[in-house]
Design a protein around this ligand. Structure first.
Ligand SMILES: NC(=O)c1ccc[n+]([C@@H]2O[C@H](COP(=O)([O-])OP(=O)(O)OC[C@H]3O[C@@H](n4cnc5c(N)ncnc54)[C@H](OP(=O)(O)O)[C@@H]3O)[C@@H](O)[C@H]2O)c1
Length: 313
């Protein structure tokens, strides 16, 4: 049984990948800062969760000792002095590559982002590009595959659910960058791409853009969310200057919802320039087939979760 070590396995995408790996019979070791954040994975067959400070080379080397395959999904949306894009998106892949080489682990799959490039307008996208370069430079010693998705939707996502909360709360939505374009992809399709790539030698040394079947503007997505929730909402698109002003005001809040760097990343359309990867034997799911299922979830479990949230448990 091959062991796959997943960094960032507790997160939204990571949980979907870990579930698929478990189903396929891989032995999976999820590295996390806090075991508590991965408790939903512990009951899956062949899955172990290990606390590890991935910023410490010795701890990371120790955690990777038994691994045959490594998947790195760690990413952050907001830069800070404590946790920087440089450390998480550039230095971590760089350190990970040299640890894998030292330990003789050849197979490494990595998550980047669509439109990551050295010339990108946002620090997030530039740092993701640096991370890709830090891995692809080792193409001779490592079998690297990189995925670059547009925004990812699915139960528990941070994007559609954020707009759903805003739509429920506000009668008028002042929307930054209303014409920014996205090609949303379903989380299960992203997870499937990772697991299908693992044993596929044709994917070694390659990067793949991942997007769903349709392109939407941000305004269209918000209006769609409102329609699904049955709410009539006025969406007012902000011009460029007001978009940055709104993000600046939001940076001052204790909870980071949006930053000016997030607005900068929307200066480039998050749309694939290549077609869906040919090695994948499926077509990506449409947003319309999935989003209503989790936005208006009427299952007993969802009702229980709502009661729990209301009761603060
Ligand atoms: N979601 C999207 O729409 C989207 C789109 C394009 C690209 N991506 C990329 O896909 C990857 C996964 O995204 P996601 O949505 O699943 O993110 P997520 O739910 O926020 O999960 C991120 C994971 O990274 C780990 N992590 C975060 N900060 C860390 C830190 N300072 N030190 C160590 N670990 C840390 C967390 O692990 P623990 O908390 O367990 O330690 C968590 O499991 C990221 O690289 C992201 O940039 C996501």
């Amino acid at each position: 049984m091959k062991q796959v070590c997943v960094l960032g396995g507790s997160g939204f995408v990571g949980s979907a990948i870990v579930a698929k790996l478990s189903l396929l019979g891989y032995s999976v070791n999820v590295l996390t800062r806090r075991r508590e954040s991965s408790k939903h994975l512990i009951l899956l067959p062949n899955v172990t969760v290990q606390e590890c400070n991935v910023m410490d080379d010795i701890a990371l080397s120790h955690a990777l000792k038994q691994a045959d395959i490594v998947i790195n999904l760690i990413g952050i949306l907001h830069n800070s002095k404590k946790i920087s894009f440089k450390a998480m998106h550039n230095e971590l892949p760089k350190r990970l590559a040299s640890i894998c080489i030292k330990l003789g682990i050849k197979r490494l799959l990595h998550m980047s982002a669509l439109q990551a490039s050295a010339q990108a307008p946002s620090a997030y996208l530039r740092s993701k590009s640096d991370g890709e370069d830090a891995l692809l430079i080792h193409a001779k010693e490592l079998e690297v595959t990189i995925f670059r998705p547009s925004i990812i939707f699915g139960r528990g996502d941070g994007f559609i659910n954020l707009f759903a909360s805003l739509v429920k709360l506000l009668p008028i939505i002042f929307l930054a960058k209303p014409n920014a374009k996205f090609q949303p992809i379903y989380v299960e399709d992203v997870a499937e791409a990772f697991v299908e790539a693992i044993e596929n030698m044709d994917t070694y040394g390659k990067s793949y853009d991942l997007g769903g079947p349709k392109v939407y503007t941000l305004r269209q997505l918000v209006e769609y969310v409102a329609k699904v929730l049955g709410k009539k909402r006025i969406v007012i698109g902000l011009n460029n200057a007001l978009s940055y002003l709104q993000a600046f005001a939001m940076e001052l809040l204790p909870i980071k919802l949006m930053t000016r760097d997030n607005v900068r990343s929307m200066e480039v359309d998050s749309v694939c320039v290549t077609s869906f990867p040919g090695f994948l034997n499926f077509q990506p799911q449409a947003l319309e087939a999935v989003v209503p299922v989790y936005l208006i979830d009427k299952t007993p479990r969802a009702a229980l979760n709502r009661f729990r949230t209301r009761a603060g448990r």
